[in-house]
Design a protein around this ligand. Structure first.
Ligand SMILES: C[S@@+](CC[C@H](N)C(=O)[O-])C[C@H]1O[C@@H](n2cnc3c(N)ncnc32)[C@H](O)[C@@H]1O
Length: 324
């Protein structure tokens, strides 16, 4: 299926769609380092530009529209969140392109906090907007740890199917759980200690890219980014607090002797070991914190049809055929 990706960042979400057999034909982000990372690892079909400046006739027709619209305005981690935050309006850009291009399917990702914003009113409006654009919409909170990512990361995944499409698009079922379960064939969550065990210390001999780390002093005060990490569990959520001007949150290494290197944080998000990041360490940490874990993205992307087979036709086409 031909996919257009908005707010693509370094390409975590796109990587999952590519792994699942889809083709990204056009992507966009306005964060230059993330765009450079994307070009280096994924392809040069990404445009570095503010999405609000791109008319939809400049975007190719496609089957699936995907996008993790910026979450800072919505996040519970941001105490200034509110319906007037300008960044919240970026979802309207996704809505504009959806309404004007009418792809067969769409997928939008966001932080769980979006559900409780203004006691749920904002989310209701967003869903109503998608329905009015001509789509059947479902949503679910998925935890990345339930799909083999060594991190607890809950995100709202909104799926849409154009009203005239005869296809039941469902969310993926978890493959992992807190404890393994023979009956449901679930494996146990991947711990962060397990995920990072083969990555050597940055000071030791290695040929890894981006294996350098923030020397910011370790603190153990219980606040975000200042908590001891339990090596036997998936890590807490990797976040990218703030925009380019704000600081980033870098988790402690599970040995709790230093912060994670960029490489280790990328592994915490399930990026492949040879996926390299452009820009300074804090830029790379931010690109990683912003990303949809590729493993979670793969599970979601696998639920979309690979191509439109006979049973996945648009109802109007089948009606026209039956009238022949
Ligand atoms: C949550 S991140 C998405 C990350 C991406 N889905 C991934 O998996 O790597 C949101 C992205 O939106 C981008 N962004 C914010 N404002 C934008 C704008 N006006 N135009 C284009 N991109 C924008 C940010 O630079 C950031 O990379």
């Amino acid at each position: 299926m031909k996919v257009v990706s908005l707010f693509s960042g370094a390409g975590g979400l796109d990587l999952g769609f590519i792994r699942a057999g889809h083709e990204i034909i056009w992507a966009n982000d306005n964060f230059l380092d993330a765009v450079k990372t994307y070009r280096k690892n994924i392809g040069d079909h990404i445009i570095c530009e503010d999405i609000s400046k791109i008319p939809s006739d400049k975007i190719p027709n496609h089957d699936i529209l995907i996008g993790g619209f910026p979450c800072q305005g919505f996040s519970v981690a941001n105490t200034n969140r509110g319906e007037h935050d300008e960044r919240n309006k970026l979802y309207l850009e996704l809505l504009r392109i959806l309404a004007e291009k009418q792809p067969k399917f769409f997928m939008a990702e966001n932080v769980k906090g979006i559900l409780s914003l203004m006691r749920g009113k904002i989310f209701e409006l967003i869903i109503a907007d998608f329905i009015n654009a001509g789509y059947k919409v479902t949503y679910k909170v998925l935890n990345a740890a339930d799909f083999g990512v060594p991190q607890k990361r809950e995100r709202v995944i909104i799926l849409g199917v154009r009203n005239d499409m005869d296809f039941n698009l469902a969310h993926p079922e978890p493959t992992h759980g807190e404890i393994s379960n023979l009956f449901s064939h679930k494996k146990s969550w991947v711990s962060i200690g397990e995920a990072l065990k083969n990555i050597p210390e940055p000071e030791d001999q290695h040929d890894l890219t981006n294996h350098t780390y923030s020397k910011f002093k370790l603190k153990f005060n219980g606040y975000l980014g200042n908590r001891a990490i339990d090596p036997n569990k998936p890590s807490p959520t990797v976040t990218a607090r703030g925009d380019e001007k704000g600081g980033v949150v870098v988790l402690h290494h599970p040995n709790n002797h230093r912060r994670m290197s960029v490489r280790e944080l990328a592994s915490t998000q399930s990026f492949p070991i040879d996926f390299s990041f452009e820009g300074s360490n804090s830029s790379a940490y931010r690109q990683i914190g912003n990303a949809v874990p590729p493993l979670l993205a793969f599970a979601i992307a696998s639920k979309f049809p690979k191509k439109l087979e006979c049973h996945v036709t648009c109802k109007t086409t089948s009606k026209a055929i039956s009238q022949l």
